[in-house]
Design a protein around this ligand. Sequence first.
Ligand code: KG4
Ligand code: ZN
Length: 358
Amino acid sequence: MKKVTILGIETSCDETGVALLQASKIGSKYRLELKENLLHSQIALHKKTGGVVPEVAAREHAVRLPLLLQQLSNKIGTKKLQKNIDAIAVTNGPGLVTSLLVGTEVARTIAFAWNKPLVPVNHLEGHIYANLILDSQNSELKISNFDNKEFNFPLLALLVSGGHTELVLMKNHLNYKIIGSTLDDAVGEAFDKSAKLMGLPYPGGPALAKLASQGKRDAISFPRPMLDRPNFDFSFSGIKTSVATYIKKHPRADKKNISASFEEAVIETLVTKTIRAAQKYKPKAIALAGGVSANSYLREIMKTRVAQECKKVTVLEPLLPFSTDNGAMIAAAGAVRYLNGFTVPWDKVKVDPNLPLK
Ligand code: KG4
Ligand code: ZN
């Protein structure tokens, strides 16, 4: 069995990530074992402005990425690292163009200097493959065994991040068909904007979710956008407006109840549409992916309703540290790409801030 070692680099938005992952293919399955995972979060930096300023994020990546690589090199030994790496995987889109450029330029330079193959990875594909990461260091060890970490096709992925809300049907590895997407705001954006309206600190999503767990979910009836439409598209800008209107009318309302009612409305919408898509496309598994997949209420409701309404379908979720942006997920998707021969010469790798998943 051939084992390969992949260096993963992620800089598409506001997290600088570097990871080392060992991968092998067993029949049609992949074993993706995380060896090292380094992450520098820019949260503290962006708290000051209440959101990500692209140039500030890119400058921080330019400082942090070489430091993370140095840290990895110090731990493993530069010569050993150079010898062991089979390929370098890097996010080349979608994301903030200046942030993407930092990661890809560094990856291109290492690929050139060390004469290693380069594998460009779509950030969204990384989020989906985060579901397969095996991490023996992780305390959620029980679910990180091999049996629970495999894709059975067809697979339906609910991709929910700060910039994307998509239902993706996979008939095989690296094969994506988008069957539904948001017509306006992404669900993560709705979490963040609603949190901001309530005066919660950046990043709003997790802060809102924390309050929601202590509130009454039926306190306020927020709209369930697009649930009456038969397609698999979403719309989340209206609910943010409803939150704004509610706060204006009830300035002293309990933020816990607003958060809980908001979360109830968006999670019900996401889960109901996913189940409807599952009933039509009959997947063997549903995978949660993207930053919002860190949301514990989404995880809970998806598992409960799938067990009731789509009995034989399994629900996959990434280990918690790999829900939000990280380098390990890029190494994971990059490993599957590399094992399938998808490398690109270093001088041909380009970034695309709107890179589609295909
Ligand atoms: O995937 P991600 O880390 O970055 C992008 O690719 O966009 O997703 C970030 C999004 C943000 O909107 C953030 O508020 C949201 O994921 N998020 C959450 C939670 N953790 C992160 N939303 C709801 N509940 C959470 N626990
Ligand atoms: Zn992301």
